[in-house]
Design a binder for this molecule. Structure first.
Ligand code: SAH
Length: 228
């Protein structure tokens, strides 16, 4: 299978016609080998127009969603970026092509380790992997941009605090089943928000996200309830 050809086709048929236009973003999608970030038995579908399962009941997002979120950060090359929800590591790899340093936080250690292995093999050296509750942010603040790739019940306050003045926070906000992609820009102690496309992400589970129902705490997150 010619993955390079499939990758070019992904850019030409899924990203450009839907309005992704930043040439640096399009180049990153032409370069990063998405098939390396999906399970071996799903590699043939890696460049399809959809999310795919990556284990632990989590998913690698649809290429178009990764592109929209990336473009919203308006990266020039010198930024420090925080990503919440490492998952497969694909989004982190795209970001690493477009900014100076990526800090990526994942709550499931197995996924973080798996992503780190792939990334190391591909030779990236500007991504730091952290296993933790990303709703609390991470200690390398302030960030020029923060990207949350899991569905949020609302905007986690610690992330707003860890954004530099003028920085951009991109995240899906809504209920467990559907969200709207939201971009918040920080102005002093305030933020302005703008909503764009509807989307469906797995839930952000943590102190400032969704909470697992008590009896499922130590199992797969079958049932999720809002905080409080
Ligand atoms: N960006 C990923 C897709 C992420 S799927 C990619 O490119 O493949 C969402 C991920 O968020 C899942 O792996 C899930 O385990 C993780 N997640 C959910 N809640 C989290 C939290 N509070 N902190 C860190 N990661 C979280």
């Amino acid at each position: 299978m010619d993955f390079t050809e499939l990758r070019q086709a992904m850019v030409d048929t899924q990203l450009i016609p839907r309005g992704i236009s930043d040439p640096r973003v399009l180049d990153a999608f032409r370069e990063v080998p998405r098939h390396q970030f999906v399970p071996a038995n799903l590699q043939a579908f890696a460049y399809d127009d959809r999310p795919l399962p990556i284990g632990g009941e989590q998913t690698i997002s649809q290429p178009y969603m990764v592109a929209v979120m990336t473009e919203q950060l308006k990266l020039k090359g010198e930024e420090n970026i925080l990503e919440i929800g490492t998952g497969s590591g694909y989004q982190a790899a795209i970001l690493a092509k477009l900014c100076k340093k990526v800090y990526t936080v994942e709550r499931l250690k197995s996924l973080s380790d798996q992503a780190e292995n792939i990334i190391k093999k591909l030779g990236y050296n500007n991504i730091e992997f952290i296993t933790a509750d990303g709703t609390l942010g991470y200690a390398a603040a302030p960030y020029d941009g923060i990207l949350v790739t899991a569905g949020c019940p609302n905007i986690p306050q610690p992330l707003v605090e860890q954004l530099r003045d003028g920085g951009r926070l991109v995240l899906p906000v809504g209920d467990v089943y559907q969200q709207v992609l939201t971009t918040a820009v920080k102005h002093g102690s305030k933020i302005t928000t703008e909503e764009s496309v509807p989307c469906v992400f797995v839930p952000l589970v943590g102190q400032y996200g969704w909470q697992l129902k008590e009896e499922f705490k130590n199992e797969q997150e079958k049932i999720i309830r809002p905080r409080g």
